[in-house]
Design a protein around this ligand. Structure first.
Ligand code: NAG
Ligand code: NAG
Ligand code: NAG
Ligand code: NAG
Ligand code: NAG
Ligand code: NAG
Length: 377
C-alpha cells in the first residue's frame, strides 16, 4: 500500500490503475460514502476526511470493529468543523482481489464507537447473498455497537467456586443482540450474546471453517492452540497425540469437572489413548454453534492434566475478567499441585481477579452462557 497522509495528490506514484474516491464522514454523518466498492489489483482508493476525527483502519469480517493484526490504519485525522477544502487524504493501494474490511476507530470499545454506529467500509466484499456480504459485515458492526451501548450497565456478582474456596470473576454482562443474517437463499434472524470483540454470528462459509487443535504430544500437557475464535458452523478438529487425553466440556467456574446444566451433559470425546511411537493421530470434531464462550479440559486424572493447565476455550472474552488465562488459573488453583497445601496461592498475572479464602464452600453457579440461536444448524 502506498500511504499518503495530508499530502494531496502531489506525491502519489505513477498511476497504473483506476482511482476510487471515498468520502469519510461527509456532512457530519458517521458513514463512508460509498460504503463498498469493487477494485482491481493496482487500483488506488483515496479517502477524504471530512470534519470530526475519523480513521480508516483495517479490520476483518469476523471482528468488524477490531484492528486486524498487521493491518493498515490512517491514524486519527482531526478536521475542524469549518474546514471545507484541503481535506486530508489517505490512500490504500489494492494488491489483489481479496476482500479488504475497514472501519473508523474513533471511540472504539465505547458506546460512542463510530464503527458500532455502522461506520464501516469494504473493498471487494462478497456478493449480496454470500456469507461475507457488505450487509452482513455492517450488521455485525451494528451488533457490536448495540452490545457496547448496554455493556456499561450492572455487572454480575462474582461467585464462589464449588470447591477450593476460590472467588470466581464475574461473567461479563452479555448483551443479547438481534441480527438479520442473509446467506444464499435464506435470511434468518438470530439473537445471540455479544461482547466487544466477539466473532460475527454470520458463518464464514456454508460449511464453516476448520480449526485444527493438537491435543497433547510428547511432554506436552496442553491444547495447541489453547484458545480459538470461531464462528457458527466452524469445525474444531482435535488431533490427539501421545498419551491418553480427552476434550471435555466444563464451565469457567469449574474448569476441571464435566459440565452439566439443566440435566444436560456437555460434550466429551472420551479417552483417546495414542501410543508413544504412533504415526497416525485420531481426530475428534466439535461443531461450533454460536459465539458464546465454550470451556473445556482434559479429564485424565492420572497426573491431573487439568490441574497442570490442560484447558481449552472457544470464544473466550479476552477483554473481560474471564480471559483464557484467567480460566487456566482457576483450573491450576482448584486442581493444581498446590491443592492440599495449607495456603494455596494463585500463580499469575491475572490473579488479581482471584482471591483465595480458606475452606470449601458450595455455591450454585450461574452460567451465563445462555444463548438463543435460532435455527441455524
Ligand atoms: C499492498 O502492498 C503494499 C506493499 O507490499 C502494502 O504496504 C499494502 O499494505 C498492501 N495493501 C493492502 C490493502 O494490504
Ligand atoms: C482525535 O481522536 C483521538 C482518539 O479519540 C484523540 O486521541 C485525539 O486527541 C483527537 N484529536 C483531536 C484534535 O481532537
Ligand atoms: C475556522 O474557525 C477558526 C476558529 O473560529 C478560525 O480561526 C479559522 O480561521 C476558521 N477556518 C476557516 C477555514 O474558516
Ligand atoms: C486412558 O485413561 C483412562 C483414565 O485414566 C483409563 O481408564 C484407560 O485405561 C486409559 N487407556 C489406556 C489405553 O491407557
Ligand atoms: C473431522 O473433520 C476433518 C475435517 O473436516 C475430517 O478430515 C476428519 O475426518 C473429521 N474427523 C472425524 C472423527 O469425524
Ligand atoms: C478437580 O478437583 C475436583 C475436586 O477435588 C475433582 O472432583 C475433579 O475430579 C478434579 N478434576 C480432575 C480433572 O482431576
Amino acid at each position: 500500500m502506498f500511504a499518503s497522509l495530508s499530502l494531496g495528490l502531489a506525491l502519489l506514484p505513477l498511476a497504473f490503475g483506476a482511482v476510487h474516491e471515498v468520502q469519510v464522514g461527509q456532512t457530519g454523518q458517521l458513514l463512508f460514502q460509498p460504503e463498498a466498492i469493487f477494485a482491481a489489483p493496482g487500483d488506488q482508493v483515496i479517502f477524504h476526511f471530512h470534519p470530526k476525527n475519523h480513521t480508516v483502519t483495517q479490520s476483518s469480517f469476523a471482528d468488524p470493529c477490531g484492528r486486524k493484526e498487521g493491518g493498515f490504519t490512517s491514524g486519527f485525522q482531526p478536521v475542524p468543523a469549518n474546514q471545507t477544502d484541503h481535506l486530508p487524504t489517505y490512500t490504500v493501494t489494492v494488491n489483489d482481489t481479496e476482500p479488504i474490511w475497514m472501519y473508523c476507530a474513533q471511540a472504539a470499545r465505547t458506546a460512542n464507537s463510530h464503527c458500532g454506529k455502522g461506520m464501516v467500509f469494504a473493498i471487494n466484499c462478497g456478493a449480496d447473498d454470500a456469507p461475507n456480504s457488505f450487509l452482513n459485515f455492517k450488521n455485525s458492526a451494528l451488533a457490536v455497537g448495540a452490545s457496547l451501548a448496554t455493556a456499561a450497565t450492572d455487572a454480575a456478582p462474582s461467585t464462589t467456586a464449588a470447591y477450593g474456596g476460590l472467588t470466581i470473576p464475574a461473567a461479563p454482562t452479555p448483551t443479547l443482540v438481534t441480527q438479520v443474517i442473509t446467506l444464499q437463499q435464506s435470511t434468518w434472524t438470530t439473537t445471540y450474546s455479544s461482547y466487544p470483540g466477539s466473532p460475527a454470528a454470520t458463518p464464514a462459509t456454508l460449511e464453516g471453517e476448520v480449526h485444527r487443535v493438537v491435543v497433547g504430544g510428547p511432554g506436552n500437557l496442553a491444547f495447541d492452540p489453547p484458545r480459538v475464535s470461531a464462528r457458527p458452523r466452524d469445525t474444531i478438529v482435535f488431533e490427539f497425540r501421545q498419551k491418553n487425553h480427552t476434550v471435555t466440556q466444563s464451565s469457567f467456574e469449574d474448569p476441571c469437572r464435566a459440565f452439566i446444566a439443566d440435566g444436560q451433559q456437555g460434550f466429551d470425546s472420551g479417552f483417546i489413548p495414542v501410543a508413544e511411537g504412533a504415526a497416525e493421530f485420531p481426530t475428534w470434531n466439535y461443531t461450533v454453534k454460536d459465539t458464546a464462550p465454550v470451556w473445556a479440559y482434559c479429564r485424565q486424572p492420572t497426573g491431573s492434566h487439568c490441574g497442570a493447565g490442560m484447558v481449552f476455550a472457544v470464544n473466550s472474552d479476552e477483554s473481560s475478567g474471564r480471559s483464557f488465562n484467567a480460566f487456566q488459573n482457576v483450573a491450576k488453583t482448584l486442581n493444581g499441585t498446590a491443592v492440599g497445601q495449607s495456603s494455596p496461592t494463585p500463580t499469575n498475572a491475572d490473579s488479581g481477579a482471584l482471591s483465595v479464602r480458606v475452606g470449601g464452600a458450595s455455591a450454585i453457579l450461574g452460567l451465563v452462557t445462555a444463548f438463543l440461536f435460532s435455527s441455524l444448524l
